[in-house]
Design a protein around this ligand. Sequence first.
Ligand code: FDA
Length: 303
Amino acid sequence: MLNKMIADLLPYMPKKLIWQFSKRYIAGEGMEDGLEVSRKLNEQNIEVTIDLLGEFITSLDQAEENKKQYLDIIERFTSENIQGNFSLKPTMFGLLIDEEECYRHLREIVAKAAEKNNFVRIDMEDSQCVDIELELFKKLKKEFSGHVGLVIQAYLRRTLDDLLDFSNFPSNGHPLNFRLCKGIYVEPKQIAYKDYQEVRNHYLEDLELMFKNKMYAGIATHDKFLVEEAMKLIEKHQVPKSMYEFQMLYGVTPELRNSIVAAGHKMRVYVPFGKQWFNYSTRRLKENPEIASHIIKALFLKG
Ligand code: FDA
């Protein structure tokens, strides 16, 4: 109840106050901020995936501008030898306005990453986007095999079937590369599992299927239970280090993150930056008021 009240009030709170909470999770507004955070993480033997904030645009001019920014980001981060790759949200390139246009932008970005021998991960957005994002990925995977990956959400009832469909997909010399996460959007119960443990169980079922089918797994979670169970599956299936990594969001559960790195597993941190941080933070919080408890701690306990 308190969480929901705080989440509802957020858009009306001063930006400066929201920043006190958000700065823990967002590198900053500019490319230099993203670079600085990435360098620090690289020094700790942690790779990054860079995300320019923004989503659900309302005009295609914004898509063009966002594409240019991503091309600049890829140029800059690769020339600075940052150990990392790139993540993007297709609705930032007009997915819900003009699918073809969105595909053209994504193709240009993935082509640029391929030219730099790098990699772009397509984030998965809410359920209205899932079919289209799966198709976009398949098309790009056929052309840029080792340079593009997708996110899969364990809370969706359809996910195991989607993964089974993928087990027949031509890999073109490079394994299919999926980041597996629980899923962050609020979806109806007809579409998504709601029970906490049920989502965990499906997460592990999906992960095991990925391992059995030799898919590369980005194990994206801060849930200690899932991390431990994932490690058991890695052991059970003798998954080589070249076929998985753990992933976490910037600023979340650093102790757990460091313990995974210390145990010798590859870790990648998702580093978001950009001017859109305010909309991003408030939208996430409105979607998921549970996170508001983290705001209370960030604002009042840690100053
Ligand atoms: P859970 O939410 O149960 O968190 C486990 C524990 O982690 C909590 O008990 C708490 O201690 C801590 N924690 C979690 N969030 C915290 C926070 N914000 N602040 C402080 N502590 C926190 N989703 C999606 O739909 N599409 C996508 O493309 C992506 N991409 C993505 C990339 C990466 C690298 C990660 C790690 C996550 C995503 N997600 C995502 C988000 C994902 O779906 C999910 O919502 C979050 O990871 C939270 O789920 P957990 O598995 O961490 O468990």
